[in-house]
Design a protein around this ligand. Structure first.
Ligand code: FES
Length: 111
């Protein structure tokens, strides 16, 4: 008889242009990627917030997302709609760090 196998999935890291922004927490962050980015003061334009208009279209530098609702806006393979997705694994986005609450970046600037 074999013992049960436990599978642990690492919590995804969300990065902006290679700078770590946060460690995704499934329990504390049942929101969309857009809601979490906005809470961290990341500037990102949005309108419908439901995957319809495509306004929040964001380039993915590396990583992948999964959609909470199926988006209607057309996307290139390296784009995502933060208003209706969550990170699937470590996710580096082509978004500016300017004005964002990035604890690791702040520590670097004061060092
Ligand atoms: S805000 Fe409309 S698709 Fe994201």
């Amino acid at each position: 008889m074999s013992s049960p196998t436990l599978i642990f999935k690492k919590r995804p890291i969300v990065l902006l242009q290679g700078e770590p922004l946060l460690l995704w927490n499934w329990q504390q962050q049942p929101q969309t990627l857009l809601q979490v980015l906005e809470a961290k003061k990341v500037r990102i334009f949005s309108e419908c917030r439901s995957g319809y208009c495509g306004c929040c279209r964001t380039k993915i530098r590396s990583g992948s997302v999964r959609y909470l609702i199926e988006p209607l806006a057309e996307l290139a393979p390296d784009e995502c709609l933060p208003c209706c997705c969550v990170p699937n694994d470590d996710l580096d986005l082509e978004l500016s760090c300017n004005g964002a609450e990035m604890p690791l970046l702040r520590e670097k600037q004061h060092a």
